[in-house]
Unconditional design. Structure first.
Length: 211
């Protein structure tokens, strides 16, 4: 068997790690936690960040959820949408298009035939303008929120927190987490912005201010 230089180097590294004492590592936990902001400040800050990321923001009261969602879908010409199986049916009563309840049996590539998707959210961080989805029944699998070109995401103001530590503290580590900060976007070597490469081209956020 021929020994390469790579084998020799890696072998020496493994030997060194075997005989070296394992140093104790102390992880600093001194970051700020437990910050709070009044409702109006959290709403203003989250809206500012989302708009800066080129997301559409639609504040409304909870009793107008269905109406606002229908208006967004109608404006975008979305006639066939996908929704997670656990999404509140009352949110779709004003929409007159075709609704497809998602399931694991539906192949992910076929989701591209949908005009959009409507989901709920787990928690949002006002400071970074980030929305967290955790795969709960009203949020669905990751593919559902990534494949269709339009994502309408409902955010309750009560689930909006000030910063990242506060947001992470509300998450269940065992759940699959998707972080959304505006529509999918990237830029080429000329710094030309291109949207819709890795996910939805359009993100519309419905913020229920009394929920």
């Amino acid at each position: 068997m021929t020994t390469t230089a790579r084998d020799t180097v890696l072998g020496r590294i493994r030997d060194a790690l075997t005989i070296a004492p394992a140093p104790g590592v102390e992880i600093p936990r001194e970051y700020r936690t437990g910050r709070t902001l009044p409702d109006d400040e959290r709403l203003e800050l989250l809206t500012d960040r989302l708009v800066d990321y080129r997301a559409q923001v639609h504040p409304c009261t909870a009793d107008r959820t269905a109406e606002v969602i229908a208006e967004i879908l109608q404006e975008r010409g979305a006639r066939r949408i996908g929704v997670p199986d656990g999404l509140d049916e009352q949110w779709l009563t004003a929409y007159d298009g075709e609704i497809q309840r998602d399931s694991a049996d539906i192949p992910a590539p076929s989701l591209d035939a949908l005009d959009g998707v409507v989901t709920c959210s787990a928690v949002s961080c006002a400071e970074t303008g980030t929305i967290f989805l955790d795969g709960s029944p009203d949020q669905g699998r990751r593919a559902l929120s990534l494949v269709p070109d339009l994502h309408v995401c409902v955010v309750d103001l009560s689930s909006v927190v000030a910063g990242v530590p506060e947001a992470v503290a509300r998450l269940v580590p065992q759940r699959p987490t998707t972080l959304i900060s505006g529509p999918s976007a990237t830029s080429d070597i000329e710094l030309e912005r291109v949207e819709g490469v890795h996910g939805p081209r359009t993100l519309a956020v419905v913020i229920r201010t009394d929920a």
